[in-house]
Design a protein around this ligand. Structure first.
Ligand SMILES: Nc1ccn([C@@H]2O[C@H](COP(=O)(O)OP(=O)(O)OP(=O)(O)O)[C@@H](O)[C@H]2O)c(=O)n1
Length: 401
């Protein structure tokens, strides 16, 4: 009997089975279950066609009906259920032109990227594994289902997914897969950079990041990735410098900017179409790091680092200056600051608004909080409500004169 999170889907699978259909868990959840690592999203595959699913379940959203996917809502849970399918011709190395629904799970599994992702599992925990996924899990190797060339020319992103899984699972890429990536790596230029970005961040988060970076190097796939291609020594510097997974995306971008020779943070932001939020965060972490290099740690902590960014800043310092820095020293210094974040201040934005009920809510609140924060950090103002309020009143008076 399977435990959480599979039991949540019991109703959906049981309903399909009670009505004469098959339904299995497929993809990443089966792989992660067999590896005994935390399970992410649950995907279900069935031989029921989309219109049959719509008839069977009351609460559904046809999220990708032309590709066979229906979102089924059950209580507070929702599950993506996809009709067994094979994919038509791919003529752009990205997406199939069409899909064809089939009634056989083995056919559905045959269209998937890697053997470890091409297994299905029943509600009772029986595994369907036609392509040797379990054996490859034991061998810790990434093999494609069928010929690597076929899988990679269908969807060129799969080559980067191989590298990502090498990192995420700390697996090796099988020799024939490695060779095919060398041969077809340049096709990745047809893939949207947003999809590349997702896989790269997943790679940096992987417990086997070293393995992932070695695979990126050995397959030479980096030569076809935006910016990496002009930075000949970047992957090698990453291998030498980065010891552990990097869970924070802003730290990944700051690290790439610091280690690349010819590109700065703005280049990375543009080339990978990063969000404004991520750009802001990465800039801030990088700015803190620059200040720390120029002025030393105490000055940087007092003027620039708040708790929200402390772990990120710490992580970047640790990555780049691992040999030179004692992180416990840094943490102690940080803990000795009068406040560790804005929320430790004795006043809130709400308090400021209540002090001046006739003044409209606006950017002045954030600006005042930021000034207060700086003065408190620098020891020029006590973190005490009465003193802060007097200071704020003085500012307001000066403004109205
Ligand atoms: N380019 C792709 C993307 C996905 N898949 C198949 O679709 C499944 C689900 O894909 P996705 O959610 O992207 O990845 P997971 O394998 O679930 O891995 P994770 O959740 O760890 O990202 C994969 O397992 C694989 O069988 C594929 O064959 N080719």
């Amino acid at each position: 009997m399977l435990g959480e999170p599979f039991t949540k889907a019991r109703n959906v699978i049981q309903t399909l089975e009670d009505n004469g259909y098959e339904a299995y868990f497929v993809g990443g959840s089966v792989r992660d279950y067999l590896l005994n690592v935390p399970i992410g999203d649950i995907d279900i595959a069935t031989n029921a066609k989309p219109d049959e699913m719509l008839k069977l379940f009351k609460r559904t959203v046809p999220v990708g009906i032309e590709h066979g996917t229906v979102l089924i809502l059950d209580g507070e849970h929702e599950f993506e259920v996809t009709t067994y399918r094979v994919e038509g011709e791919y003529d752009d190395f990205r997406r199939p032109d069409s899909v064809e629904f089939v009634r056989d799970i083995t056919l559905d599994l045959s269209r998937r990227d890697f053997t470890i992702n091409a297994m299905a599992m029943s509600l009772d925990g029986d595994i369907i594994d036609p392509y040797g996924g379990q054996e490859h899990l034991l061998q810790k190797e990434i093999h494609t289902v069928g010929q690597p060339k076929d899988r990679f020319t269908e969807d060129a992103l799969r080559m980067l997914r191989a590298v990502r899984f090498a990192s995420q699972l700390n697996f090796k890429i099988a020799h024939d897969v490695n060779e095919a990536i060398k041969e077809y790596g340049s096709l990745i230029k047809y893939v949207a950079v947003e999809r590349i970005q997702v896989e790269l961040f997943k790679m940096f988060k992987g417990v086997g990041l070293k393995q992932g970076l070695h695979s990126l190097n050995m397959t030479q796939l980096y030569k076809s990735l935006p910016l990496f291609k002009g930075e000949h020594s970047l992957v090698r510097s990453l291998i030498e410098t980065v010891q552990d997974p990097i869970p924070f995306e802003n730290v990944v971008i700051a690290t790439l900017s610091l280690l690349s020779k010819d590109h700065d943070l703005n280049d990375w932001v543009k080339a990978y179409k990063l969000s404004n939020k991520l750009k802001r965060e990465s800039l801030h972490v990088l700015h803190c790091y620059d200040e720390y290099k120029r002025k030393g740690i105490s000055e940087t902590l007092v003027y620039h680092v708040t708790h929200d960014y402390f772990v990120h800043f710490l992580e970047l310092v640790f990555i780049i200056d691992r040999e030179k820095i004692e992180t416990s020293e840094l943490t102690t210094l940080f803990e000795q600051l009068p406040i560790q974040s804005r929320s430790d201040l004795a006043v809130t934005g709400h308090d400021l608004m209540n002090m001046f009920p006739s003044v409209r809510k606006g950017p002045w609140i954030g600006e005042y909080l930021s000034k207060i924060e700086q003065l408190v950090l620098q020891g020029k103002l006590k973190n005490n409500r009465t003193e802060i309020e007097s200071q704020v009143k003085r500012w307001k008076e000066q403004e109205s004169n």
